[in-house]
Write a new protein. Structure first.
Length: 97
């Protein structure tokens, strides 16, 4: 939940901090910077293993960059398959971020 910026951590989440820090630079270059936090806690019984298949629905199809922060819950040997799934599903999106 910390990486997902749940509870009252949204303002302090790394994505919002990065947006606040870099937005003026992008603005000066004539563009906008928008971070979308699709953080899911898994409290409804799902986890990083099945949320991969919903990436496009959670962040949209028009993203330029996708980051992944489920490593807090993964053990060293379990996470690699999920990392590959994230990459494969992201590459199937329209813009292939």
């Amino acid at each position: 939940s910390v990486a997902a910026a749940h509870d009252n951590c949204h303002y302090d989440g790394y994505d919002m901090q990065t947006q606040r820090l870099l937005s003026p630079i992008w603005k000066a270059a004539g563009s906008d910077l928008e971070f979308r936090n699709a953080g899911e806690g898994g409290s409804c019984g799902d986890s990083h293993r099945d949320q991969v298949y919903c990436i496009e629905h959670m962040v949209g199809s028009d993203i330029d960059l996708l980051t992944y922060s489920w490593t807090y819950f993964e053990s060293r040997e379990r996470g690699y398959k999920e990392h590959e799934k994230v990459l494969r599903w992201a590459l199937m999106m329209d813009k292939a971020p």
